[in-house]
Design a protein around this ligand. Sequence first.
Ligand SMILES: C[S@@+](CC[C@H](N)C(=O)[O-])C[C@H]1O[C@@H](n2cnc3c(N)ncnc32)[C@H](O)[C@@H]1O
Length: 203
Amino acid sequence: MDLLLESTLQEVARFYDERKVGDVGPLGFRRSTDLGTLLAGLDRLVSQEIIVPGKTLFMDLGCADGRVNVFLSYLARVSVGIELDEWTLDEYDPLRVELEGHLSRHGLLLPPDNIFLFQGDATDEGVFERIGRSTGFSLGQFDLFYTYLVMHEELADLIVRRGKPGAIFLIYGLQKVMPRYNGLRLLNHLSPLEGILGIYKKP
Ligand SMILES: C[S@@+](CC[C@H](N)C(=O)[O-])C[C@H]1O[C@@H](n2cnc3c(N)ncnc32)[C@H](O)[C@@H]1O
């Protein structure tokens, strides 16, 4: 990873990690991923070709304010998010505007034009039709799926049924005991990445 990209990702992680949601108080259900932790595991994800820069089609199932989408947009071909709550998704734009001002002032890279966020239920087939129409990519073409513990059993089942062979499911928020999902293989040699990320593959 070149130095400018690395500095940019560090700054993006710092920006959002200073603005986490749900660590305390009533919004625990929409807790934010710690992007510093994702950054720490990124080299491993790239060296293992779980993320192939410029090629990976990425989708966050339950994306909230889109922070994981922004972070991974620098490496993905497209970075798609689905969020159930409209009011949560509404936080994406103002945060992004603030982030971009910040990145510009520091001479860092702005997020590429490859982020597509959708309001909807990630377990509802209809949202994938909208995604297909807007991005040109169907669910079965995505390489990498992500969730922060949202409906992980239902989403694992969705990936088993509709994902392509080789699709990867990253589950953030796991601890030492890794759940098993019928039809997905836990990548034992990588999980839990940074102590928190379970990595599963559809054979
Ligand atoms: C724990 S937050 C994680 C947000 C973001 N992915 C991150 O890691 O920072 C989970 C989000 O998933 C959303 N969610 C819950 N069920 C969902 C569903 N069926 N479809 C889409 N989003 C859902 C919640 O509203 C919440 O904003």
